[in-house]
Write a protein that binds this ligand. Sequence first.
Ligand SMILES: [Zn+2]
Length: 466
Amino acid sequence: MYQILKYLAVIILLVAGAVWLADNPGSASLDWGGYRVEAPFSVLLIALILFGVICALLYRVWLFLRRTPGLIGESRRESRRRKGYLALTRGMVAVAAGDVNEAEKNAKQAENLLSDPPLTMLLSAQAAQLAGDETAAEKYFEAMAEKPEMAFLGLKGRLTQALKQNDKDTALSLARRAHKLSPKTDWANDTLFDLLVHKEQWTEAEALVRAALKNKLLQPSDANRRLALLLHEQAKIQGQDNNKLALKTARKALDLAPSFIPAGRHLAKILIQAKRLNKAEETLEELWAKAPQAPIVNQYLSIRPAENDILAIPKVERLANFNTTHEESAFARAEAALKAKLWGEARKYLEPFLAAPSIRVCRLMAELEEEENQDMAKSREWLRKTSSATPDPVWVCQSCGNMVNDWSPLCSKCQSFDSLEWHIPPSVLHLEKAPTAKGSTTTLPATTGASRQEVTQGVDVAPPGE
Ligand SMILES: [Zn+2]
């Protein structure tokens, strides 16, 4: 409605103008440079209107021409960007496929086409690594580490390089930076932890585990186990000049992992040094109840040494009663009886194990036959049986199968943390299927078969009573 009224108004005005011009024809004249132009006023008015329209059109054309170079430039930039991203994508695919030439070619293309260094830097670094040029890769990773948005990736790249070169000091300092940047990342946490324990930085590793627990990167049970080991290692160092502090730390370690034999034995050792003999005995008795192990017997007997082997028997009996049905208790009783020359007693405790004797049982039987009956033939027969008997428990690395008599936080062969467990070497369980390989070795991965000879030669099994 409004539009119609507007048009009507315009038409009325135009008609009125035309009528007014017809009523007042008039004329206009122009004198310039000796020329004289005369025209009716209406013609002049139409000429002026036409002039205005032409000027407006020319102004539009000028505006269009002025914008054109910008539009052309934008289109070229867009095309470069598209090609750049395409090269980037192809480069990433080539890196994943291990195609060195394609990766390098596309990395260079992407670098030239994209004015976004952080994006192309990672591809360039990976392409350089693929080509075996670690120095060039290091340069890119370092440049990335300096850019806040890429720092973590750059540090990770450098750290991986340092680990590959076995440069543990550089790796540790990079891992600390990476963890500071991103403390809730599993990878940063695990890598820093590994490096700290390999550098024996127990206190820092403890703080890291506590932070990881807070950040929910570790389950409470895993964190407690790790903390127990780290505190145990700290207690060993503290004991060198501060027995009181060492005692406190060792107790904390055992509280976190009550079945952790090395922590229990170490706490008992500190208590013995502090002349707290009742507490030391109590600690070993509690440990025997949870995780009996042959060497605990000797440590227990050393707290208040008996005057003779007969008087040692009640002590062994007392300890064994804390876990009376466990075979370690029977072996401890048998050994004590043997030392006290109570042959019948010793035989009574060994009898239940004679059907499938372990190496320790064979040795004790050999000793018994020799001592009690002077029967050297039978004694030799038992010693011969050790070669085919079940090995006794030792510390076995769950990662590489390495077997050792003394526990340590890191496996001496594969350097795994907390990989040692006290039990019968697992490979023995598969002996029936094992090939009869020759030669002795100290390493028997659980998945690899081995002859009994290898198993028994593989580790220097502690003699009974040690
Ligand atoms: Zn190992």
